[in-house]
Design a protein. Structure first.
Length: 152
């Protein structure tokens, strides 16, 4: 679900997704860190060289080599293996701040990932329309990695 708030001139973005993973909390959380970091790729399968420093204040950034790249955010909170929260501009190079939360819970041997991305600021229409696809892709890859399948 993606929604925008008209009350403040469409300056907000809200994306909520939830998936079920047939793996333990620990396995799923490790797969999440891997997918957001060195295993990151685009929905069309192109590598996306990302680095994630998994500790409070750690950076999440696209590493283009030779000191070049794009800062996406910082780890605001991490509670292994149940929470990863990142704040920053993410993929948007304009005045915006985002909060991204991955909350993991386990029930009967199954892990649930509840994902939420909230942004405030100028968000272009193309980003509003494409953001859900990107986050869905990351969650699908985390599921495949966690369940022992090779992500495609």
């Amino acid at each position: 679900m993606i929604s925008t708030a008209a009350g403040i001139d469409n300056l907000t973005l809200n994306v909520t997704q939830e998936i079920q993973v047939k793996a333990t909390l620990e396995t799923t959380f490790a797969a999440l860190l891997e997918q957001l970091g060195p295993a990151n790729d685009t929905p069309d399968g192109k590598p996306m060289p990302m680095k994630l420093e998994p500790w409070p204040g750690g950076r999440w950034f696209r590493d283009l080599g030779d000191g070049n790249g794009h800062f996406w955010g910082q780890v605001q909170a991490i509670k292994r293996p149940t929470l990863l929260e990142i704040t920053g501009p993410l993929f948007m190079s304009y005045p915006v701040v985002s909060n991204v939360q991955y909350r993991l819970t386990e029930e009967n041997g199954v892990t649930w990932i509840k994902f939420h991305h909230t942004a405030l600021g100028f968000v272009t229409d193309d980003h509003k329309q494409g953001v859900g696809k990107g986050w869905s892709h990351i969650l699908a890859r985390v599921r495949a990695r966690s369940e022992g399948g090779r992500p495609h």
